[in-house]
Design a protein around this ligand. Structure first.
Ligand code: IPE
Ligand code: IPE
Ligand code: MG
Length: 251
């Protein structure tokens, strides 16, 4: 079935966030090392970025490496960093061809210098693209991000620039790494895990969650379109009642 043709073009989420999980298990199933799964996962990334361009998703945030992932065996961390550098270098022309702007969130200072340079080059080379913004969460965790936001707000208070009684959610938002983008309406996690693993805790406050058992290296365009269709069937009430929503949509 052609799932794409069933998607309502008037109800496309602006921002989709994905926890790309299951690379290691996919590789083990093939009798390969975990890192083989990370390599294959790059092909899924390419397809999903393309799918976003096709249906008009403007922002795609991909959880690529968490703060906690630094605790993995050194060989896996090293291989992931090398894969990152090589992929970014190789994919930048393709990103430009597809109108994709690259952005990064996370503690990028903790990445190896080679990664930081490659990322910066690609960010600069793609900065004028506006079809899709691809946001890579690297060395990212939400608690790290919120802690930083609190530090910055505390500094403003200490300097007398902000009165604690005036602090509102917009002040927190302004100090998150994602301040320039809308919150994701849809969060997808692959591989059958039903947890958030320190990802965008604040920004996902009202997101719709979509979980699938499909492992990330097998998650391709049709799976993505299926997630979008599932999203389009949901009623997003934001605390209101169904009746209120139908009244306001008729007025
Ligand atoms: C996700 O796949 C990629 C990263 C976390 C870098 P995993 O490597 O977590 O694969 P599983 O969950 O162990 O199968
Ligand atoms: C979450 O996956 C992080 C990324 C996908 C980058 P993990 O595989 O690290 O998460 P846990 O450990 O299963 O919660
Ligand atoms: Mg995992």
């Amino acid at each position: 079935m052609d799932l794409k043709s069933h998607i309502d073009p008037l109800n496309i989420p602006k921002h989709v966030a994905i926890i790309m999980d299951g690379n290691g298990r996919w590789a083990k199933k093939q009798g390969e090392d975990r890192i083989f799964g990370h390599y294959e996962g790059v092909n899924s990334v390419r397809e999903i970025v393309e799918a976003c361009g096709e249906i008009g998703v403007k922002f795609l945030t991909l959880y690529a490496f968490s703060t906690e992932n630094w605790n993995r065996p050194k060989e896996e961390v090293d291989a992931l960093m090398e894969l990152l550098v090589n992929t970014i270098a190789m994919e930048t022309p393709n990103l430009n061809k597809k109108g994709v702007k690259l952005k990064v969130i996370g503690d990028t200072d903790s990445l190896p210098a080679g990664c930081q340079n490659e990322l910066q080059e690609s960010i600069t080379a793609t900065k004028d693209n506006d079809r899709v913004t691809l946001i890579l969460a690297l060395s990212y965790s939400s608690k790290w991000e919120i802690t930083n936001a609190v530090k910055q707000i505390a500094r403003q208070v200490a300097e007398g620039k902000l009165d604690p009684k005036d602090i509102q959610s917009k002040h927190i938002e302004a100090n998150l790494c994602t301040c320039e983008w809308p919150d994701p309406e849809l969060m997808i996690r692959t591989s059958g895990e039903h947890r958030i693993s320190n990802f965008l805790l604040w920004q996902l406050a009202y997101a719709e969650f979509y979980f699938t058992d499909t492992l990330w290296p097998e998650f391709r365009k049709q799976d993505f379109f299926k997630a979008i269709l599932s999203y389009q069937k949901r009623e997003r009430r934001f605390g209101q009642t169904s009746e209120q929503l139908s009244t306001s949509s008729h007025s």
